[in-house]
Design a binder for this molecule. Sequence first.
Ligand SMILES: Nc1ncnc2c1ncn2[C@@H]1O[C@H](COP(=O)(O)OP(=O)(O)OP(=O)(O)O)[C@@H](O)[C@H]1O
Length: 625
Amino acid sequence: MLKVANNALQSNFILLAQVFDKLEKETSRLKMMEILADYFENISPEDVRIAIYLLSGKTGPSFEAVDFGVGEKFVIESLLRIYGGFKVEIEDLYKELGDLGLVAKNIVKDKESSLTLNEVFSYLKTIALTSGPSSQDKKIELLTEMLDRASSLEALYLVRIILGRLRLGAQDATVIEALSFARVKSKDLKPKIERCYNLTSDLGYVAYILFKEGEEALDFVRAIVGNPIRMALAERMENPEEIFNKVGKCIVEPKYDGFRCQVHKIDNKVKIYSRNLEDNTYMFPEIVESTIKFCRAKDCIFEGEAISFDPETLRFMPFQITVQRKRKHNILKVAAKFPLRLEVFDLLYKDGLDITSKPLFERKKLLNDTIVKNETIVISDSYEVDSPEKIKNLFENYVSQGMEGIMIKRLDGVYQAGSRNFNWIKLKRSMKQSILSDTIDAVIMGYFYGKGQRIKLGIGSLLIGLYDPEMDCFETIAKLGSGFTEEEWMELLKNLEEIRTNFKPNNYVSEINPDFWVKPKIVVEVEADEITVSPVHTVGRKGLNKDYLNNLPTGSGFALRFPRAKRIRYDKSPFDSTTPNEIYEMYELSKNKKSKDISENSVNLDSTKLLKKTKMKDKDKTLFD
Ligand SMILES: Nc1ncnc2c1ncn2[C@@H]1O[C@H](COP(=O)(O)OP(=O)(O)OP(=O)(O)O)[C@@H](O)[C@H]1O
């Protein structure tokens, strides 16, 4: 039997299983928060840490991929050993119930269990770490031992965890609030907890510090090399004068259309995290190699945009080429054809020091001292400017080179982990072209059968929505039926079929019922003509009405007019979608814009024509698509 040090303070796993059970039945975010707060209040700091990981079905922070290596077959085998009957009976029960967790609940005898949270955690970790010859038998043995000791409710959740099918609907925002309530009976600690979480991406660790050492200790939490820092994001503005008034003397950089990379160097090991904090190191072998060779720090974290280029023309390739590296077997092929450059724009950590709170101009200086000149990791263009005219000129210059636009950054701005604010402002060419100031990243919530020509495809349109962090739910914003080629629809359908679910997920707020619901997983970038107020769509309906939409009929939400799909955003998680607040801001921006003479501001941005005109001169400066 697995040995775990016994400790009188350890809580039993059944308490957490009961919390799971309550959360699953609850749709009110406030009630979920209360259930969690009540639970956290009564367990040890170490158990809070473990419980937070298990709440998302993991044995560590969410950026660490966990693979238990246990499929349905193993679970059935384990259940068979406990049950002692015939396999076919278990399989029949599975067919009837459609959930192996429920099968386990039926088969495992309900008894008083003595499993502690810590023991369950050790079992799960050991199962995940067991590899090599005869690991299959070892995993089944451990699983059987654990399930045999469990009560039936515990078995239900253990099976769901091990199969990666735990869906409780309590997101980070709810857990953070619960931690604050558990400690001080109010939301007051939320900003401090969020700051630490944004820097470390490990809520279990932050909770442990809070419960073990008290709230003052949170002030000393710093970034940890190896843990992704939640990425700083940019606000949108459209007018160089207004931008300059807002930020004053600032730094302007080109806005590259590539893949955001946060590179962590720990001695001679390198990890590269994506925009949604996934470990994407495998995608960029050249960056790994060059970081080891050309980064002058022992430990460090820097950020940049990885972008493929054509070695003959030296033009940057579109995002779609860089993203082909997502498929593991493709990397060497794509890398040979289109090498890659990392345009580095920030340094966040160096040799034991978290420098996110230093002003940008100091971080830039340190960055210049850190990277030795090389072909792959290049310090991005960066200009200090002191007038709106200079911002405008740089914008037009970069757009004429085929760039997406520019980023304007406050000279004295700190790196605000996990937050979108005016320390960074994006000015994109799409903002100049259309009434709508930016594209929208939406989550696919469901889909409809095709009509007319699309019947043969089996998919005609998508129901898309946004994650609302205030309400911790997904709200609909449009039906999306155009923008993809036939091939793209077919590939998308394949992916959607894998995440299809028979029921509307309980964190979806929708008045529209698609033919199929899907779990929130795939993010699609959408262009649209306008944001309108809608009686049907639910984005912003709850969270925003109170504060902003007093003049509109109650029950109104926001919708997109004439939405078109631009691309699938593999680098974004559903929780990184555009927020209802941003939609509201874009709605306001577009109202102002409509009332101005648009033609006055517009420039000819037919980038394809411009690209043909531009000549390649300086290898270091003008790589573009
Ligand atoms: N010089 C630069 N500085 C910072 N980010 C840059 C730069 N050039 C390109 N980027 C990219 O631009 C992204 C932000 O702009 P954009 O709105 O196009 O992307 P998004 O993913 O839809 O938005 P966001 O990341 O703000 O949610 C950054 O996440 C980064 O990947």
